[in-house]
Design a protein around this ligand. Structure first.
Ligand SMILES: Nc1ncnc2c1ncn2[C@@H]1O[C@H](COP(=O)(O)OP(=O)(O)OP(=O)(O)O)[C@@H](O)[C@H]1O
Length: 444
C-alpha cells in the first residue's frame, strides 16, 4: 500500500481552563481527544459531527494554525515521500515538530478554506491580489507571471480573468467561496482542509460549489479533509467519513458503507436527521435530544451514552428501550436539580389540569418518555419511590435512589474499536457484547 498523504495519530488539543488571580490551570477543555485517521492521495475524507464536537479544532490542529497538545501529523507532500521514522521513533515529516521554515514549506502543500468567505478577504485588496498574495510570500516576484497564474485560476473556478481587479464586495457569497478556492489552489497544494465550506451559502449555491470542489479535486489531484455537520453534504463529496463526537472519532469508514450500514448509534442519529423520501428508512425517527456535553467534563465510559438511544441495559434488566432512556434521563435531570415538582404543578394548573399527585406523576413520566408502567417491578418501584421523595422536596434522596438502581455499562467501560469490514471501524460497547442485530421494521 502506498503511504497516505496525511497520517494523523492520537492527535489531542486540550485548552487549559484557568481561574483566580494567579491564573492557575484548574482543568482543560478536551476539544480533540486522541483522533487518528489517514488520507490517501486524491482522496476526500469527511469529518462530520454536531456543533461543538471538535471538528474545527481538529482541522486547525492538523494544519498547525494551533499547536496540538500531543500526537503526530505526518505529511508526506512536497516531494518528501519515502521518509521513514528516525531511530528514536520520531518522524521527519511530523508537522507538529516543524520549525518555522518547515512550516512555511508545509503551507505550500496544505491549505485551508473556511466557512465564511466574506470574512476571509481584506475589503481593500483586489481579489486578484488576494489570490496572488501567497505567490509573492513564497518568492514569486514577477508581477506579470503572478497575474497570469491568478487569471487562469479565476477562470478555472468559474469566474473570469477580468475579475482580477474587482473587489470582494462586488461578489456574492458563492463567488467569494470560488475566489477562496482559487486562493487555496494558487500554490498547487496536495491537501486542502475545507471547514464547512458551503454551510454559509444559500442551498441553491451549495450544490454548485460542491460540484466545483469535486471537479477541482480531480483536475488538481487533491486530497481533501472536508468538514461538515451535514451528512447529505458529506455524501456528495467524500470517499470516506470519520464521525466525531466530543473530541473522539466514534466511527470511520467508506461513505457508502457508513450510509447503508452505520454501526455507531451516533452515526445512526446523524443519518436519521437527513430528510428522506423513504418512510421505511432503517435509520429514521431517531431524535438526537440536547446538545453535545462540555469537553471540560466529558461523560465517563462511552461519551455518547448520555444521549444514546441504544444505551445498554444492565444484566438482568430487559425493558422497553425508550423507557430505559427515559429513566436514565430522569436520573440525570434529578441529579442536576432540574426536576421541579412545584413548577410542574403550576404548569398543569395553567393548562387547566388539576395538579393532583397522580397528574404530576403522569406528567413526569410523559416529560421523560416513560410509559405507563415500566416492565420491571423493581425499576417501577424505584421510580415511584424517587417521585415520592421529590414530593417531599428531597431531591437529593430522589437522586440517590435513582443513581443506585439505574446504571448502564456504557457509563463504566470505554468502548474499544471494532472492525466491521476492511476500513470500517466503530467504537461502541454493543459490538463488544455481540448484541443480536435488531430486526429491521422494513423487513416485516
Ligand atoms: N480556545 C478555546 N478554549 C476553550 N475551549 C474551546 C476553545 N476553542 C474551542 N473550544 C471548545 O472545544 C469544543 C470543540 O469546538 P470546535 O469549534 O472545534 O467544534 P466544532 O465541531 O467545529 O463546532 P462548530 O461547528 O460549532 O465550530 C467546544 O466545546 C468549544 O467550546
Amino acid at each position: 500500500m502506498t503511504e497516505p498523504l496525511l497520517s494523523v495519530r492520537d492527535l489531542e488539543k486540550h485548552y487549559p481552563i484557568r481561574k483566580g488571580i494567579f491564573n492557575r490551570q484548574v482543568g482543560a477543555a478536551r476539544a480533540v481527544d486522541g483522533i487518528s485517521f489517514d488520507i490517501a492521495e486524491g482522496e476526500t475524507l469527511g469529518l462530520v459531527g454536531e456543533s461543538g464536537c471538535g471538528k474545527s479544532t481538529a482541522a486547525s490542529s492538523v494544519i498547525h494554525l494551533e499547536e496540538p497538545t500531543s500526537g503526530e501529523v505526518i505529511f508526506n507532500g512536497n516531494g518528501r515521500e519515502g521518509a521513514t521514522r528516525n531511530s528514536d521513533g520520531t518522524h521527519p515529516n511530523d508537522v507538529t515538530k516543524f520549525d518555522d521554515d518547515e512550516l512555511m514549506e508545509f503551507r505550500r502543500g496544505a491549505q485551508m478554506i473556511f466557512q465564511d468567505p466574506s470574512s476571509s478577504f481584506d475589503p481593500r485588496m483586489s481579489v486578484g491580489n488576494a489570490v496572488g498574495e501567497l505567490l509573492k510570500v513564497h518568492g514569486m516576484n514577477d508581477r506579470h507571471r503572478r497575474r497570469a497564474i491568478v487569471e487562469d485560476l479565476l477562470e478555472r473556478v468559474g469566474l473570469s480573468a477580468s475579475d482580477f481587479d474587482r473587489y470582494p464586495h462586488e461578489f456574492s457569497g458563492g463567488q467569494k467561496q470560488r475566489i477562496a478556492l482559487a486562493r487555496a489552489l494558487v500554490l498547487n497544494p496536495d491537501l486542502i482542509i475545507a471547514d464547512e465550506p458551503v454551510s454559509a451559502l444559500d442551498v441553491s449555491i451549495q450544490a454548485e460549489i460542491l460540484s466545483l470542489i469535486n471537479d477541482l479535486q480531480e483536475e488538481f489531484g487533491l486530497s481533501l479533509l472536508f468538514i461538515s455537520h451535514d451528512m447529505s453534504v458529506i455524501r456528495q463529496v467524500c470517499d470516506r467519513v470519520a464521525v466525531m463526537y466530543l473530541g473522539e472519532i466514534v466511527e470511520i469508514g467508506p461513505v457508502e458503507e457508513i450510509f447503508t450500514n452505520p454501526q455507531h448509534p451516533y452515526t445512526e442519529a446523524l443519518l436519521s436527521s437527513i430528510p428522506t423520501p423513504d418512510p421505511r428508512s432503517k435509520v429514521g425517527g431517531i431524535e438526537l435530544k440536547g446538545t453535545v456535553p462540555s469537553p471540560t467534563n466529558p461523560p465517563s465510559g462511552c461519551r455518547f451514552h448520555t444521549r444514546c438511544h441504544k444505551v445498554i441495559q444492565p444484566e438482568g434488566v430487559d425493558i422497553d428501550q425508550e423507557d430505559w432512556r427515559g429513566l436514565l434521563n430522569l436520573r440525570d435531570n434529578v441529579a442536576a436539580g432540574e426536576v421541579d415538582v412545584e413548577q410542574i404543578r403550576e404548569n398543569l394548573a395553567a393548562g387547566g389540569t388539576e395538579p393532583t399527585e397522580s397528574a404530576v406523576r403522569e406528567e413526569i413520566r410523559h416529560e421523560f418518555d416513560i410509559g405507563e408502567t415500566v416492565d420491571d417491578p423493581d425499576l417501577e418501584r424505584t421510580l415511584s419511590e424517587a417521585i415520592e421523595h421529590l414530593f417531599e422536596d428531597d431531591a437529593e434522596r430522589a437522586g440517590e435512589v435513582l443513581a443506585d438502581a439505574i446504571r448502564t455499562p456504557c457509563a463504566e467501560t470505554v468502548p474499544e474499536r471494532t472492525v466491521h469490514a476492511p476500513d470500517h471501524e466503530s467504537a461502541c460497547l454493543r459490538h463488544g457484547e455481540r448484541v443480536p442485530a435488531e430486526p429491521n421494521p422494513a423487513d416485516d
